[in-house]
Design a protein around this ligand. Structure first.
Ligand code: 26W
Length: 811
């Protein structure tokens, strides 16, 4: 649906009418939330009509479709994004002006759809945006968690987790289809029997849960195609047991119902540590089984032969979490559709593609044989068979090489290795940046790469440049369009035309003024929420992302302590004032990450209240990082910190969002930072620290001695000692002792080793910032070269190189 033909008058009239019919209110006596709903319902009705035509068009054209299976979709708010895509934001704003109401106030009623932890979930959301915009029929499939990622509160400098009941007041954007459920089976026993030649299987005594689809329309920018995000909710199959009810055993009756419905209650907040929880496995199979069943059903309705399935359908596995889709498709093709193993396996391998998002060993999913066997007996048998057949193949290839066969086995040491299952069952395996793809080939999946070199790829991540520039930084977007035209909105590479304005004083000034305005807005937010006053003429130096040791927020804070020491020693020190901004959540069970959050607060407390440094540096932790906050913080940032230990950050996508808004990146040679630097040039981005090869070498040699660095660097020694000498928390001087010891004895993320280089890189930033004509030129260069990092480009690569997908004809 391209631009919607609706006038300001019509918008006003529709809101008034909806308020009357939905709530029995007039605009004057309606609550904000009612006004939000009236507006959102107006918009959603426009969308829903075209949604039906869209589906029809795809069906008629017999277009191949992709289903993106993901445990996470970090969508953020829908209203603003939909208004942008329909190009009616201005009109709606006007309508609210005329109604004498604050539109921002109304928008802020909408809770974020925070159905994800971090990068992986947000990437899925950006992909949906790009597919719809590019006219590619691609749909998301996930779980309708009743509770999204926890809300973070800070109490006494510590993270406290609160529930996120985002659906409490309903969700205007979803359409529930309770009359189209799928049934998902757990547990029970199997009974194999023969029907003629064919081996069949019966399930006895299993538990059955209903999966209800909740469909959300996904709009693209000026696009005729509306795709679907299908989120599955779990519902008990049984109606309340009235027998128990009558006997007064209400609680038992309810408990049984609850047990089934708990599956889609909440998102696991662990984004790195794989925990092997029973309920998480249930979640995985639940949504994967429902998705595959409904995909097959829809496919069969087209009347095509099942052997052509892969020609019409591609299924993407976002990390290993949905990898049970592979044995599930095998199960249905064989047990229900009567195909033999060879046929089913061939189709699977041509249908599935798998993306890996991390090489951290602790994040590699494995499940105990016992658990899978008891919860999913038939699925286990299929995985077992996949493993048997693969082991025989390997035996042919590497006779006698037991070590290798064991290393590559899907089932070993009584555990099922999901990444291996995903690789074997897919026709494509990819990493999310050049370096990451190389590491997968050379290290993580080396054995598999040797057997199936042709399936391994690197596809560098991207971001929705529409959400993160056109929407999040409207004024900048307008100024860009004024200079280079509007094509960049759908052809992000056209941002390159801005290069001609890099030295243009007027455009530099514009960028500077818009940044200042954004900083002012953020400063107001900080004042309101943190009661900290920050100087908008200081450098806003930002690190926002999940808290993890490999991301090295700790190095950032150690450097702040060092800078503070320097200012105390030399108050006339000529540094430019800087505001260090942090935001991000730690997994509730990740003690060390939470302690680092506490450390940031302790340092902030100390630094912000020291009058002697005259506000030269400030430290701010903004609580409850989410998509909406990202849209606020990123356009207000001068410096983007992307400082992970080289080799650890698969790609990063936050880095790209900052670049797109013209921030200057200070980062390591890691993930997509490397490609960002190639795009923008060495002089426009500050790279520091050890390279991945160097780290690999040091690790192999076992030669790293962090204590020596501590001895040799007095400034660093001072900072380290301050962790334990009561400088920070006089009441509890031992609180950070474990950090001190870990750094001194192990320093697994090479913080001490990179510390000095990091300090120098920060000094460089300081110098650069003090030369405005150079600084803003670099800012413009960054925007100009950010086009490559649009998810439109990423999706183009997937559709051409992996899914074999073509845009549908819009007419
Ligand atoms: C509990 C199991 C688990 C393990 C890993 C849950 C979630 C994960 C994710 C893979 C973590 C994640 O979000 N990875 C990030 O994916 C982004 C998108 O590709 C990359 O840009 C980030 O570098 C990567 O850390």
């Amino acid at each position: 649906m391209a631009m919607v033909e609706i006038s300001v008058e019509e918008i006003k009239a529709s809101i008034e009418l909806k308020l009357q019919t939905l709530f029995g209110r007039t605009f004057q006596n309606a609550s904000k939330s009612q006004i939000y709903k009236a507006l959102a319902t107006t918009v959603s009705e426009y969308i829903t009509k075209d949604w039906a035509y869209s589906k029809e068009r795809v069906r008629k054209q017999n277009a191949k479709q992709v289903y993106y299976l993901s445990m996470e979709f970090l969508m953020g708010r829908f209203l603003e994004n939909n208004l942008m895509n329909l190009e009616i934001r201005e009109k709606v704003k006007k309508a609210f002006e005329e109604l004498d109401a604050d539109f921002d106030d109304i928008q802020s009623v909408e809770p974020d759809a925070g159905l994800g932890n971090g990068g992986l979930g947000r990437l899925a959301a950006c992909f949906l945006d790009s597919m719809a915009t590019m006219g590619l029929p691609g749909h998301g499939n996930g779980i309708r968690y009743e509770y999204g990622l926890f809300q973070q509160k800070i109490k006494d400098g510590q993270q406290v987790e609160m529930a996120d009941p985002w659906l409490e007041y309903g969700n205007v954007w979803e359409v529930s289809k309770s009359d189209e459920p799928q049934l998902v089976h757990f547990g029970g026993e199997l009974e194999y029997y023969h029907e003629g030649e064919q081996l069949k299987v019966r399930y006895l005594n299993c538990q059955c849960v209903k999966a209800i689809p909740y469909d959300v329309p996904i709009l693209g920018y000026q696009s005729n195609l509306i795709n679907t995000l299908r989120l599955w909710g779990a519902r008990s199959l049984k109606p309340l047991d009235m027998g128990l009810f009558r006997k007064g055993q209400y609680v038992d009756a309810l408990a049984e119902k609850e047990l089934a419905e708990v599956i889609s209650k909440m998102l696991y907040p662990e984004d790195i540590h794989e925990e092997g929880k029973h309920l998480r496995l249930k979640q995985q199979y639940f949504f994967v089984s429902a998705s595959i069943q409904s995909i097959i059903k829809k496919y069969k309705n087209t009347g095509h032969h099942l052997m052509d399935f892969h020609k019409n359908v591609a299924i993407h596995i976002n990390d290993t979490h949905p990898a049970l889709a592979i044995p599930e498709l095998m199960r249905i093709l064989m047990d229900e559709e009567g195909l033999n193993w060879k046929q089913a396996w061939l189709i699977s391998r041509k249908t599935f593609a798998y993306t890996n998002h991390t090489i951290l060993p602790e994040a590699m999913e494995t499940w105990s044989v016992e658990l899978i066997q008891s919860l999913l007996p038939r699925i286990y048998d299929i995985i077992h068979e996949i493993n048997e057949r693969f082991s025989r193949e390997l035996w042919e290839l590497y006779p006698g090489d037991w070590d290798r066969i064991e290393r590559m086995a899907v089932i070993s040491h009584q555990r099922v290795h999901m990444a291996k299952l995903a690789i074997l069952g897919s026709g494509s395996v990819n990493g999310v940046a050049e370096l990451h793809g190389e590491i997968l080939k050379k290290e993580t999946f080396k054995d598999f790469y040797e057997v199936y070199p042709e399936i391994f790829k690197s596809i560098t991540n991207g971001i929705s440049h529409r959400r993160f520039l056109l929407l999040a930084n409207e004024d900048l977007a307008r100024e860009i369009t004024e200079r280079i035209g509007k094509s960049w909105v759908t052809q992000a590479e056209d941002l390159e035309k801005l290069e001609a304005y890099a030295k243009d004083e007027k455009f530099q000034k514009v960028l500077k003024e818009i940044r200042r305005e954004k900083k002012k807005e953020l400063a107001d937010y900080i004042l309101l929420h943190n009661e900290i006053e920050v100087d908008i003429d200081s450098i806003f130096d930002t690190q926002v992302k999940r808290f993890h040791e490999y991301k090295r927020q700790l190095m950032n804070v150690l450097h702040i302590m060092h800078l503070y020491n320097q200012i105390l020693e030399n108050p006339e020190n000529g540094i430019h004032p800087r505001t260090f901004i942090f935001s991000g959540k730690a997994a509730p069970g990740y003690h060390r990450a939470k302690l680092i959050i506490k450390l940031i607060h302790s340092v902030a407390e100390r630094v912000n209240n020291d009058k002697t440094i005259k506000g030269k540096i400030k430290v701010v932790f903004i609580e409850n990082y989410n998509v909406t906050l990202a849209q606020k913080i990123i356009p207000a940032s001068d410096v983007s910190k992307q400082i992970s230990t080289a080799g650890k950050e698969a790609s990063g996508t936050g880095n790209m969002k900052f670049m797109l808004n013209g921030a200057f990146t200070l980062g390591t040679f890691d993930g997509a930072n490397i490609e960002m630097q190639q795009a923008v040039g060495k002089e426009n981005m500050e790279i520091f620290g050890l390279r991945e090869e160097e780290i690999s070498k040091i690790r192999q040699e076992g030669s790293y001695r962090p204590d020596q660095i501590y001895e040799e660097n007095p400034a660093l020694r001072k900072v380290m000692d301050q962790l334990i000498d009561g400088t920070l928390e006089p009441e509890d001087p031992d609180i950070f002792r474990e950090i001190y010891h870990d750094l001194l004895e192990r320093d697994p993320y090479f913080i001490l080793k990179d510390f000095e280089a990091y300090c120098r890189a920060n000094e460089k930033i300081d110098e650069l910032y003090q030369k405005p004509e150079i600084w803003w030129e670099k800012g413009i260069q960054n925007i100009a070269k950010a086009g490559y990092f649009s998810s439109d480009r990423t999706i183009k690569e997937y559709s051409e190189g992996v899914w074999d997908l073509k845009p549908v004809d819009p007419t």
